[in-house]
Design a protein around this ligand. Structure first.
Ligand code: APR
Ligand code: PHB
Length: 391
């Protein structure tokens, strides 16, 4: 087998990269270790920056998003039992974020890829990458019990945090930066109307962080901060709803429609960046190269900006015969990654209760939030990071 770009991973990064390359006439094959249903079964984030929305339309995968996505013009911050609105659109000259589940993004990209006739190998076993320090890299994998070898010009490592690509880079060639947070997010998906359908609500409370989001006008997504030692079995639906309502303002708690969870899980929070994002003919993109705490809703959007830069680089190489894009990819992507890491870390630090957050620490958080919602300068800074910095 041979292709121009071998993409490892059929998550949002791999699928969007494949679509952008296909649009430019660059041949690519995706090698995915799970089944398509398994990939679609993952419950992930749901807030798209305008840049991500634009890319999905650019590759012809934006129709359902246009019909079912919910544009948000503001976010709300709850602290000291009071809710404050931040006019994100007004503060950014008209920009919005769009609530649309990552599962749906993945589905739309899978459908677009299937209709383009491109090759995606699902349930590939024992995937390994070779000779990426040369111009003739290879991917080896098992398919239907047969050992396969895929020759290519480039390998795009879009295989997530636990993938094989970053793990294949010699330890002395990569520098990893990490911050693991001392808490997790207990998330619930429920087929009840969202309590705040047009603005994500972020709560700072001495009991801990909370978040009120949505997937559609009939499906809600909620989170409460919980100790990393908690097990999801410890949390009944009733206990979750009670805790969530304690952490938001009384008016919102009163309005909240509760119901049985259709998904309930605890996710750890970490900040992580691997530098550089290129090793010879191997390029990392998305969660394979970096992780953000979900507080800023940047994970999916960073995957999108990475693959926009990477597709530009490959287009330069194949169409313009220029190495400038591939040589500049890592530096260009990391400049945006680190700004999103800073924003996500900052918002996480401001909204969560840390083990050492004492009375003074809680007061400082509340003072910073009070300043933020009453200062146009501070709320503009929040808003322009939230909608996504320019590509
Ligand atoms: N071989 C082939 N595929 C692999 C391998 C491997 N060795 N290891 C992992 N994969 C696949 C996973 O099964 C998954 O489908 O790579 C894909 C990686 O997808 P994601 O983890 O979703 O990462 P990415 O595409 O970068 O998207 C980032 O997803 O996890 C969320 O919060 C994250 O929203 C962000 C987005
Ligand atoms: C979500 O809808 O899952 C979501 C929304 C906003 C965030 C994080 C997660 O900041």
């Amino acid at each position: 087998m041979r292709t121009q770009v071998a993409i490892i991973g059929a998550g949002p990064a791999g699928l969007l990269l494949g679509a952008l390359l296909h649009k430019a006439g660059i041949d690519n094959i995706i090698i995915e270790r799970q089944s398509a249903d398994y990939v679609l079964g993952r419950i992930r984030a749901g807030i798209l920056e305008q840049g991500t929305v634009n890319l999905l339309h650019e590759v012809g995968a934006g129709q359902r998003l246009a019909a079912g996505g919910t544009p948000h013009h503001s976010i709300e911050l709850v602290f000291k039992n009071q809710r404050h609105s931040v006019d994100v659109t007004g503060l950014t000259g008209g920009k919005v974020v769009t609530a649309y589940g990552q599962t749906e993004v993945t589905r739309d990209l899978m459908d677009a890829r299937a209709s383009s006739g491109l090759t995606t190998v699902y349930e590939a076993g024992d995937v390994s990458i070779h000779d990426f320090d040369s111009a003739q890299p290879k991917v080896r994998f098992m398919q239907d019990g047969q050992q396969q070898e895929l020759a290519c010009d480039f390998i795009a490592g879009c295989d997530g945090f636990h993938g094989v690509c970053r793990a294949s880079v010699p330890k002395n060639a990569i520098h990893e930066f990490e911050r693991v947070y001392p808490f997790g997010w207990l998330g619930v998906l429920a087929d009840v109307p969202p309590v705040s359908p047009h603005a994500i609500v972020y709560g700072n409370h001495e009991r801990g962080f909370s978040l009120c989001s949505m997937r559609s006008l009939t499906r809600s997504r909620y989170y409460v901060q919980c100790p990393m030692t908690d097990k999801v079995e410890q949390w009944s639906d009733a206990a979750f709803w009670d805790e969530l309502r304690l952490r938001i303002d009384p008016e919102l708690a009163e309005k909240m429609v509760t119901g049985p969870s259709i998904e309930k899980s605890i996710a750890p929070l970490r900040s992580f960046v691997a530098e550089p994002m290129r090793f010879g003919s191997l390029f990392l993109a998305g969660d394979a190269a970096h992780i953000v705490p979900p507080t800023g809703a940047k994970g999916l959007n960073l995957a999108a900006s990475d693959v926009k830069y990477l597709s530009d680089a490959f287009i330069d190489f194949y169409l313009e015969k220029s190495m400038a894009g591939v040589d500049g990819y890592s530096q260009r992507a990391l400049a945006r990654v680190w700004k999103a890491e800073r924003f996500s870390w900052s918002l996480t630090s401001l909204l969560h209760r840390f083990p050492d957050t004492d009375g003074f620490g809680q007061k400082i958080q509340e003072a910073e939030l009070d300043y933020l919602v009453h200062s146009s300068a501070a709320s503009t800074a929040l808003a322009e990071n939230y909608v996504g910095l320019p590509l």
